[in-house]
Write a protein that binds this ligand. Structure first.
Ligand code: APR
Ligand code: PHB
Length: 394
């Protein structure tokens, strides 16, 4: 092959939080990697994403040495509120589990990881076009790509597919071996970001007969709200005024007076899906994060699942390089999937309990209301929600 030949230990596809965190943790354990990213740095750092970190994810970011700004600017939350049927109740994470979550935007996590990477850890190849894995079921996998019109080949020992749902790596698992599980929800989330103070110190998840609503935040001066909407809706039909009015309606008379309105700095509609693709490894290709699984955002698990995959994959690769022990690599997929399925179940359950699927007069709607009434009155039910929300052990 004409063109440029490079070599590294782990070739990582994708500079999202998954690929960046993996590269950083590997570096700390003395393992080299090269990250190939299709987009520009600006694009990657400008994506608006969720921002609730499990305690385990915060510990991983601490281990990676990129938690200083998170601890300075992140908001530690001891609980979350649920509003339904004119009733508000609180799930006290700290009391029920001894753990907390941290509200810190995924965009900020990505920026911190990129800054650390570029401060000396190694290369991020931005705008790498046509990244293609080769020979993944051999002991000499390669990644080819084009950069500034030139062909490149990256020889490596292992390939980590951290290229998200629309990436190339998942399709490198032969289709006859691949199993895909999916649930597409019949609605979307309309999100609005505005530089206004949040309406509450903690997140509020609301079930309303006209649909779900969520009050979240990025800081004490920047709020993020979501409402359930139709997937056919056009964002142009949703003026800021209409969104604020709908939010006040769904949160009800107790919360509405605390909602400070203002001009949106971003608003968009996103679909909701649950998706898992197995196996999460094939030969020397290992999938981590959205390349292998997607959760609806109701459980705030997307980033945290990418982090737990990376935890398992890094541990396995370090065992290979440090001790020549490949047992963890052999069981990576199984180990990661066990935690993925539990987070998929929790995210599906939160989505099923809090969104409008049927008319209020339906049996299903009464089941939702009964589930929420039980949750409001049962410490056991609240504990189950809390331990899943703060993050199940690795
Ligand atoms: N070649 C190179 N890079 C690619 C390719 C490709 N063919 N396809 C996608 N990428 C890049 C994307 O541009 C993106 O920067 O891979 C990266 C994947 O990042 P994410 O989609 O953020 O996935 P992941 O790192 O697994 O993080 C999961 O992100 O979407 C949220 O809710 C999700 O919180 C979760 C988190
Ligand atoms: C967010 O802050 O964007 C957010 C928080 C919690 C969720 C989803 C999104 O469940």
């Amino acid at each position: 092959m004409a063109g440029v030949r490079e070599r590294t230990q782990v070739g990582i596809i994708g500079a999202g939080p998954g690929g960046l965190l993996l590269a950083r943790l590997l570096k700390i354990h003395g393992v080299d990697s090269v990250i190939l990213e299709a987009r520009t740095r600006d694009y990657v750092e400008s994506r608006i994403r969720a921002g609730v970190l499990e305690q385990g994810t915060v510990s991983l970011l601490e281990e990676a040495g990129v938690a200083d700004r998170l601890h300075r600017e992140g908001l530690v939350h001891d609980g979350v509120e649920i509003a339904a049927d004119g009733r508000r109740f609180r799930i006290d994470f700290r009391d029920l589990t001894g753990k907390t979550v941290t509200v810190y935007g995924q965009t900020e996590v990505t920026k911190d990881l990129i800054a650390a990477r570029l401060a000396g850890d190694g290369a991020i190849v931005w705008e790498a076009a046509d990244v293609t894995p080769h020979d993944v079921d051999s002991d000499r996998p390669r990644l080819t790509y084009r950069l500034a019109g030139r062909e490149h080949e990256l020889q490596c020992d292992f390939i980590a597919g951290c290229d998200g749902y629309h990436g190339v790596s998942r399709n490198c698992v032969p289709s006859f071996l691949r199993q895909e599980f999916e649930r597409v929800y019949p609605f979307g989330w309309l999100g609005i970001l505005a530089d206004v103070p949040p309406c509450s110190d903690e997140l509020i998840y609301a079930r309303h007969e006209d649909g779900f609503a969520l009050a979240s935040m990025r800081s004490r001066t920047r709020s993020r709200y979501y409402i359930q909407c139709s997937l056919d809706d056009d964002i142009a039909e949703w003026s800021d005024e209409r969104i604020w009015a709908e939010l006040k309606r769904r949160f009800g008379p107790e919360v509405a007076p605390h909602i400070v309105t203002g001009p949106s700095i971003e608003k968009s509609i996103a679909p909701l899906r649950s998706f898992v693709s197995t196996p999460m490894q094939h030969g020397r290709l290992f999938l981590a994060g959205d390349s292998a699984h997607i959760v609806p955002p109701t459980g705030a698990k997307g980033l945290n699942l990418a982090a737990s995959d990376v935890h398992y994959l890094c541990r396995a690769l370090v065992a290979h390089y440090r001790r020549g022990d490949d047992r963890l690599l052999g069981s990576y997929g199984e180990t990661a999937l066990a935690r993925v399925w539990k987070a998929e179940r929790f995210s599906w359950w939160m989505t099923s309990m809090l969104h409008k699927f049927h008319d209020e007069a339906s049996f299903e709607a009464q089941m939702q209301r009964a589930e929420l009434a039980y949750l409001a009155d049962s410490r056991a039910a609240q504990t189950a929600l809390a331990e899943n929300y703060v993050g199940l052990p690795f």
